[in-house]
Design a binder for this molecule. Structure first.
Ligand code: KIV
Length: 262
């Protein structure tokens, strides 16, 4: 399994590959396919639980998903998303909830969305021995402030603010930073400005690694598909085809045949 120092030393040498998982089966498939890191994202709230945003996701939800993912892996580095309002209110809340995520799921790190406003939380977590991945650019937990999911860092001023946030996160001790939905020029500048790896999602090819929601890149989640997602498969179509065939065979008496009977 990779450790935090090895992940940092991959910067500019080897692209870091991250995908999400919320369950044991998917986690085991990702591990068998050789991803570097599995993210138990709070995107589980939308992809797995059917919510419109990540806002309703609870600590209990994340603990459930994290434990399942851990059971499906042997030696893959696992990062747990901290759900909305599990860390924003205070350093104490952040410590209590991150500690619980680490202890109960046996994951290797936590991820928090935010910049300057959560620096005290990040410093306290790192001091307590909890590796932290940052997340700047588009922060899906702030959907109600944005009123949607807009591209971030478009103006020079916003780009400089993001560079400042990345540097602050680095000084606070994060081992990597997720950068979501920014112009590729902005992402390139941010990636160059810090010593820790910047992991892009909708942030172009110049980042040190990439993360996608697995169900998006597999064409499993059909509700919507952001422009930055490349579909490597169309699993939803395959599932529907297989289920229709099964239904037809049950209805016509073709299944179960002798091969599937005792
Ligand atoms: O929740 C999530 O899955 C994420 C990734 C999309 C970066 O934060």
């Amino acid at each position: 399994m990779l450790n935090v120092s090895q992940i940092i030393s991959m910067k500019s040498k080897k692209k870091i590959v991250i995908l999400t998982a919320y369950d044991s089966l998917m986690a085991s498939l990702l591990e068998a396919s050789g991803v570097d890191i599995i993210l138990v994202g709070d995107s589980a709230g939308m992809i797995f639980a059917g919510h419109d945003t990540t806002i309703p996701v609870t600590m209990e939800d994340m603990l459930y998903h994290g434990k399942a993912v851990k059971r499906g892996t042997k030696d893959t580095f696992i990062v747990m998303d901290m759900p909305f309002m599990s860390y924003q209110a205070s350093v104490e809340e952040a410590l209590k909830n991150a500690g619980r995520l680490m202890k109960d799921t046996q994951a290797n790190a936590v991820k928090l969305e935010g910049g300057e406003e959560i620096i005290p939380q990040i410093k306290a977590l790192v001091k307590a021995g909890i590796p932290v991945m940052g997340h700047i650019g588009l922060q899906p937990q702030s959907v109600n402030i944005y009123g949607g999911y807009p591209v971030q860092g478009e103006s020079e001023k916003e780009k400089n603010e993001l560079i400042k946030s990345a540097k602050l996160l680095q000084e606070a001790g994060v081992f990597a930073i997720v950068l979501e939905k920014t112009k590729k020029e902005t992402a390139k500048a941010i990636t160059k400005s810090v010593r820790v790896p910047v992991i892009g999602i909708g942030a172009g090819k110049d980042c040190d690694g990439q993360v996608l929601v697995t169900q998006d890149m597999l064409g499993f989640f059909e509700k919507f598909s952001p422009k930055f997602v490349k579909k490597y498969e169309n699993i939803a179509r395959k599932i529907k085809k297989a289920v229709k065939t099964y239904a037809l065979e049950v209805r016509t008496g073709k299944f179960p045949g002798n091969k599937n009977s005792f």
